[in-house]
Design a protein. Structure first.
Length: 304
């Protein structure tokens, strides 16, 4: 069984969105790529400018495209920025999702995948989000699940681990890759700041994640939630060590905090449900880091 028809991808200009557009176009899908009105599309194709926080624009978008599938990636994803602009993060990540779910009430047969985050936290009587970004992504998922339940939408949730690989990303691997490429080119030789070498995360290559999105959209159960993770934790020190193996000695200078303790995010739930759909990660951690570095070595000097 293969996917056919039209897929609408929000956040198409982003790190994950660009990979998703490329992947689904390659398998023969008619891709409707959605970007924020204030930005410009980064490649050729069927691009649609839409402010997802504007309900009327979202209605017009869905009525114009009439998709069979939706991959909802749009939103803001910088933890430091979320501390400075928490309301903006709630608006961008929550209101946009609410508007999209509302517009889809007229298209309940459309299979929709809302991409949350491994940083989602459990809703309890005393919620304890790690940061405003985590709060916004948790509320995004809750809103989507509630709309799906109340209005019988064909909806699934994906919770990927930290995504890495080639492209411009706000994640530490992408930022470090850009710093190394700038150092090698003599553009910037200032030290790269790390809070510690001990913080650990699960990392998945963005290209593997996009393949998981395809499996979920094609075979996933309505209302189900799927974790996308490698099952292996890596510390920031592991990332530094891999990059040090890939570059000349002395290229990268670090400033590392002294703390050996940290508040780790919840370890991602296993991907057993996703494995049952036929997905397994294919790209090795070291290869992902090398591809991220080569992205910037090849002249792609912007990040974000």
């Amino acid at each position: 069984m293969t996917m056919t028809g039209k897929i609408l991808i929000t956040g198409a200009n982003g790190f994950t969105g660009q990979h998703a557009c490329k992947h689904f176009a390659a398998i023969g899908m008619d891709v409707a790529a959605v970007y924020r009105s204030a930005s410009k599309p980064r490649s050729e194709g069927n691009w649609y400018a839409c402010d997802l926080t504007n309900l009327q624009e979202v209605y017009q978008l869905i009525d114009q495209v009439k998709p069979q599938y939706i991959l909802h990636l749009a939103g803001r994803n910088s933890v430091p920025e979320s501390w400075k602009a928490p309301i903006l993060y709630i608006e961008s990540n929550v209101l946009s999702t609410m508007n999209l779910m509302q517009a889809l009430r007229a298209y309940p047969e459309c299979r929709t995948l809302v991409v949350g985050s491994v940083m989602n936290f459990p809703i309890t009587d005393t919620p304890q989000p790690q940061n405003p970004y985590s709060l916004s992504k948790t509320l995004q998922v809750v809103i989507a699940q509630c709309w799906g339940h109340l209005f019988e939408l064909n909806l699934m949730i994906a919770k990927p681990a930290n995504l890495i690989g080639p492209g411009s990303s706000n994640g530490v691997c992408g930022l470090l890759a850009k710093k190394i490429a700038d150092c090698e080119a003599g553009i910037d030789r200032t030290p790269f700041r790390l809070s510690s070498l001990y913080e650990e995360r699960d990392y998945v290559d963005v290209r593997d994640a996009v393949c998981a999105f395809e499996k979920i959209l094609l075979y996933g159960d309505n209302k189900a939630t799927y974790s996308i993770c490698s099952g292996h934790m890596h510390t920031l020190g592991d990332i530094v060590n891999v990059y040090q193996e890939l570059i000349r000695p002395g290229v990268l200078e670090l400033e590392v905090g002294q703390s050996t303790s940290h508040t780790a995010p919840p370890k991602p739930a296993g991907s057993d449900a996703l494995h049952a759909l036929g997905w397994h990660p294919q790209i090795a951690f070291k290869q992902s880091l090398l591809d991220a570095l080569n992205h910037f070595r090849n002249g792609n000097n912007t990040n974000g």
